[in-house]
Write a protein that binds this ligand. Structure first.
Ligand SMILES: Cc1cc2nc3c(=O)[nH]c(=O)nc-3n(C[C@H](O)[C@H](O)[C@H](O)COP(=O)(O)O)c2cc1C
Length: 187
């Protein structure tokens, strides 16, 4: 199975740092999964505006193809204005509504305040529910105090929760493998 770890922001480093940790933990639980980090900051993003798909830049076409072809996801998001970054919502807007169906998903997030952890519950999960993704009950919300100056995670409890997330995620991968997928139209 191809698992895409999506760093859903063009601004900031902590979400990428969390994904590096999650990747290591997933590898420990299932070394057969094919893991790739997709970094939004490496792309020149264009707004979904209804133009024919082949008129978006090559990077956008590649990003959408990678997301639609993956078999499972870790989505990493910072909290911006009490929500997810526009660039992440824009990426979801590119997708075929069936693209994530019955595929396993886990979420990691980082915010500047502790108060915004429910943004994951109230804003990101409903989008993934719309796609009928298999969202694990575990997600991990981090805060600046969990990192050192080089953005390494120094909080032991966060490491434990990331490990637990990885453990449950690989179980959801196995569950997903047994569920029929609906073929989607190519762009
Ligand atoms: C435009 C913008 C809006 C933000 N809004 C929020 C917010 O509503 N709630 C919150 O907890 N943090 C907010 N933050 C803080 C970011 O979540 C935080 O800076 C980021 O996750 C830290 O990652 P970094 O240190 O890698 O940049 C905001 C940051 C930016 C740039």
């Amino acid at each position: 199975m191809k698992i895409l770890l999506v760093d859903g922001t063009v601004l900031g480093r902590k979400t990428g740092a969390i994904l590096e940790e999650v990747k290591t933990y997933i590898e420990q639980f299932d070394s057969k999964l094919e893991l790739e980090i997709l970094t939004f900051a490496n792309y020149e993003h264009q707004i979904v505006d209804g133009r024919p798909f082949d008129q978006y830049n090559a990077g956008m076409q590649e990003m959408v193809r990678k997301i639609e072809e993956a078999d499972g996801y870790i989505f990493a998001t910072p909290i911006f204005q009490g929500s997810i970054p526009g660039v992440l919502k824009n990426a979801f807007d590119f997708l075929n509504p069936k693209a994530l169906r019955y595929k396993p998903v886990s979420i990691v997030a980082n915010g500047g305040t502790y108060q915004h952890h429910l943004v994951v519950e109230n804003q990101l999960k409903p989008i993934l529910d719309y796609f009928r993704a298999l969202v694990t009950p575990n997600y991990v919300y981090t805060h600046a105090s969990h990192f050192d100056a080089d953005n390494h995670i120094i909080d032991e409890n966060v490491h434990e929760r990331l490990q637990e997330l990885a453990r449950v995620f690989v179980k959801y991968c196995a569950l997903s493998a047994d569920l029929p997928k609906t073929p989607i139209d190519q762009h």
